[in-house]
Design a protein around this ligand. Structure first.
Ligand SMILES: Nc1ncnc2c1ncn2[C@@H]1O[C@H](COP(=O)(O)OP(=O)(O)OP(=O)(O)O)[C@@H](O)[C@H]1O
Length: 378
């Protein structure tokens, strides 16, 4: 039906008399508008508009030499094909909701094979993200707050989530990363940042409802700034005509890392496996410590107060055996054969805490890769 309607529209244009590249561009724009009305996302609409612009730009380069009706037919055919078969279009260009049915299995496989020593984070992320993505009408956006010691995989886990939703992962047009010290450096500009943040998020969610926003260094964000996005995270169907319910917000922070370490240390000292640690052993404590920590971007934040964060996800400090796993994985990704002797030597160069027991790496897996360079410097 849709294809017939659009084909009919372009057939009528053929007799319209103007011909030429301008008219083709107009037709393409009209098709783009119609595609948008039919519920296509704005990102794809924009790309169709760009296609129209392309025709206009090609005109002076001799495209006019092509017989206008054939050109029109070809262009309309391609555009109609794109509109009738969005997936076809998405084979060639990035689309909003590129993988509409996120594969729970793929996400699970990625988390299991890539993220080491984080049984709690894996479980929460898998259930939260796959459940949210399979819900056609979520009541609010998904909000995850990832907490833990440096180098334990918070950014890495966000990358895995992004890659399972958009092929471009963190480089996708629909995934946006904010780093507190880079994007919001000056305390005196908080009011300005609040306005900019709202505008940026509103613009991007209007273009793609399934946008992903990652806020790194939440513990360095000026208090109060993050509250600017509270209306977008709440249970509203629309805010000023825009629905935020399909977006994903991920907050990363070191706040609460001491609390997580204390629990992990208690388990270790009492001879229990770290895999026995349950989410309930930490989740509440994490939200309280983020809320009460003056140095946290969540300090007295209404996002916590109003229960708008869906999950507080603890990242456990990494042990010697996890560092070895990171090193092996890096060797494989560089195409080297795993050399256990080098793995051990690199892992032993790292420093561990607490001083007496030396259990947890104080930089997580963060610097093991540069240390590896030393052994392959030939
Ligand atoms: N648990 C882990 N499993 C596998 N690799 C990891 C893990 N933690 C860290 N890494 C590796 O170390 C790199 C740095 O980790 P990442 O940036 O995710 O740490 P982070 O927790 O975000 O640290 P920070 O709080 O300092 O920002 C990752 O890109 C990844 O390669």
């Amino acid at each position: 039906m849709a294809a017939a309607g659009l084909a009919g529209r372009s057939a009528r244009y053929k007799d319209g008399g103007r011909g030429g590249a301008e008219a083709e561009a107009e037709r393409a724009l009209e098709l783009a508008r119609e595609a948008r009305e039919r519920g296509w996302d704005a990102g794809s609409g924009m790309k169709l508009c760009r296609a129209a612009l392309g025709v206009l730009l090609l005109a002076p380069l001799g495209v006019r030499a092509v017989e206008p009706i054939s050109l029109g037919l070809a262009l309309a055919g391609v555009l109609t094909g794109y509109i009738s078969y969005p997936r076809l279009y998405c084979l060639f260009a990035e689309c909003c909701v590129q993988k509409p049915n996120l594969s729970r299995k793929e996400l699970q496989k990625d988390l299991n094979s890539k993220l080491f020593g984080q049984h709690l984070a894996k479980k929460v992320i898998l259930n939260a993200v796959s459940g949210f993505m399979s819900n056609a009408k979520p009541k609010k956006p998904l909000t995850l707050s990832l907490h833990g010691w440096t180098g334990t995989g918070k950014n890495f886990a966000s990358k895995i989530i992004a890659e399972n939703i958009y092929e471009g992962g963190l480089n996708s047009d629909y995934v946006h990363l904010f780093v507190a010290t880079l994007h919001f450096p000056h305390a005196s500009n908080v009011t300005l940042y609040k306005d900019q943040l709202q505008l940026w998020i509103r613009g991007n969610v209007s273009a793609c409802a399934r946008s992903i926003f990652i806020f790194d260094e939440m513990d360095k964000m000026h208090a109060g700034l993050i509250d600017a996005i509270k209306p977008f995270l709440d249970y509203y169907d629309h805010v000023d005509g825009v629905s935020y319910q399909k977006a994903i917000f991920i907050f990363l922070s070191n706040a609460g890392a001491e609390r997580i370490t204390d629990v992990a240390l208690d388990f270790w000292r009492s001879g229990k496996q770290r895999e026995e640690i349950k989410l309930k052993d930490m989740e509440h404590a994490l939200s309280v410590s983020a809320f009460n920590n003056r140095n946290s971007g969540f300090w007295h934040s209404s996002l916590i107060d109003r229960n708008l964060i869906d999950y507080f996800v603890p990242f456990l400090p990494l042990e010697y055996k996890h560092l070895k796993m990171c090193i092996r994985s890096e060797m494989q990704s560089r195409g080297y054969e795993v050399d256990e002797d080098i793995v051990t030597r690199v892992a032993e160069e790292m420093t561990f805490f607490p001083k007496e027991e030396r259990i947890f790496s104080d930089k997580g897996c963060k610097t093991v890769f540069t240390k590896l360079d030393y052994y392959y410097d030939d």
